[in-house]
Every structure is written in C-alpha cells, then in structure tokens.
Design a binder for this molecule. Structure first.
Ligand SMILES: Nc1ncnc2c1ncn2[C@@H]1O[C@H](COP(=O)(O)OP(=O)(O)O)[C@@H](O)[C@H]1O
Ligand SMILES: [Mg+2]
Length: 225
C-alpha cells in the first residue's frame, strides 16, 4: 500500500493535460520518461486517444523519442551496434532540434516526425506528421537525463513530465518477451536484457526525481506517487 498516493484514471490524466494545455498559448508538449519496457509508449497512446476522444477531434499526437535511434548502418559503421539503446546511440541533438521546432512552428504547419519500426528495427523518417494537433506527447527513456550530451536540453522544452515507474522484475520479463517477438532466441533475449537494457534502466531510474509526476500502474488505473 502506498500511503499518500492518489489513484487516477487515464481519462483523469488526459483531462489534467487538457486543462494545462488550454491555459497556455501555442502547442503543449507532455514528456513521458521511464525505463525501457515501463509502458511509456502504451501510456502515451492512451493519453492521446483519451484526449482525442474527449475533444471529438484529433487535438493530440504522439512523437516518440525512439525515432531518433541512429540507423543500424550508422551504428555498425561506428562499431556500436551492440550498444544500441544506450544514450549516445540516439541522435539527441536532432531530437532537441525537432522538439524546438514543434514549439516554435505555428499550428497547422506540417512537421514530419520519425518513428521506430520494431519489426525491421530501424527508425522511419516521417513516420508520423504533426500538423494541427496542439498537444504532443513525446515519450522515451532519456527525456530527463543530464550529463550525457544534448539530452539535458530536452527537459526545458517540455511543459510537463511524467515518470512511469515499474518494478524491475516486471520490466525484465516484458523486455525478454519483446526481444523474442523481435526475432531473438530466448537465450539472446535474456543476454540483451541483462547486459544492456537493465543497465540503461538503472541510468533512467536516476532521473525519476526530475519528473513533475511519478506514476505507477495500479490495476486498470494509475497511482500518482
Ligand atoms: N500497463 C501495462 N500492463 C501490462 N503490460 C503492459 C502495460 N503497459 C505496457 N505493457 C506491455 O509491456 C510492454 C512494453 O510496453 P511499452 O509501452 O512498449 O513500453 P516502453 O515504451 O516503456 O518500452 C509491451 O509488450 C506492452 O504491451
Ligand atoms: Mg516504447
């Protein structure tokens, strides 16, 4: 039992963002951080869908950090393919530039945003296009990271940040499953999780205190802790 925590639904979380976005001019950018496998992408889509459903029109879209993965060819050329997923295997400077553009561009101007394809394991340029949507949910591991190059320039570009906190054993199990779905053998999947993902998770866990809200999944709802 978490004393002092508040239970909240996805709809309530979305309504909170809607209120905050309505109170400011221009585009509102929510950032969702957390370790790999925490459920950030799932939560970001959920918030977007709730916002759009409540508004009755597409006012929100997801702009993932994962789209800024360097390509496999780029990582291979640098001899860094095995480290894929670590902070410097993403183009953090390009992510910062596009976040800035998202804030500065007038609503309605098309901004192609890269996504990440989990079947071919490559970024997809222009995987989503942000246009009229005045609320953008960006999500990824390193949104609150400091001391690793350009990552520290991300936080000032976000209007609100959430950290999705999930127990280690849960993310471990989810990540092994995800790697197996992505084509690895069970043994390879376990090695990747132990030698790479969990190290990244530890790094991300150190950024929890920088978030405006810390969320934990609680049944079908969330708890703000
Ligand atoms: N609240 C949840 N409860 C159970 N499983 C979840 C939940 N959120 C996500 N998952 C599952 O966990 C895995 C990782 O979720 P995902 O949203 O891709 O995490 P992240 O983007 O943080 O890496 C996926 O297989 C997803 O279906
Ligand atoms: Mg994700």
């Amino acid at each position: 039992m978490n004393r002092g925590s508040v239970e909240t639904s996805l709809a309530e979380l979305a309504a909170r963002i809607r209120r905050r976005a309505d109170g400011q001019a221009g585009r509102f950018v929510l950032g969702i951080a957390g370790p790999p496998g925490a459920g950030k992408s799932t939560l970001a889509r959920g918030v977007r869908d709730e916002l759009n459903l409540a508004a009755g029109s597409p006012i929100a879209e997801v702009a993932p950090m994962d789209g800024f993965h360097f390509t496999n060819a780029q990582l291979r050329a640098l001899g860094e393919l095995a480290r894929k997923g670590e902070p410097d295997t993403f183009d953090a400077a390009a992510y910062v530039d596009l976040l800035r553009k998202l804030r500065e561009a007038p609503l309605g101007q098309s901004i192609p945003w890269p996504t990440y394809d989990r079947e071919i394991h490559e970024p997809m340029p222009g995987g989503v296009v942000i246009g009229d949507q005045r609320i953008v949910v960006t999500e990824g591991n390193y949104l609150l990271l400091e001391g690793h190059g350009s990552w520290s320039a991300v936080r000032p570009l976000l209007d609100e940040t959430w950290y999705l906190d999930v127990p280690r054993p849960v993310i471990e199990q989810r990540l092994v499953r995800r790697h197996i779905r992505g084509g690895r053998t069970p043994a390879d999947a376990k090695t990747k999780v132990a030698q790479s993902d969990l190290l990244n998770a530890r790094l991300v866990e150190g950024t929890l205190t920088r978030a405006d809200l810390v969320l934990r999944k609680f049944g079908r709802a969330y708890r703000i802790v």
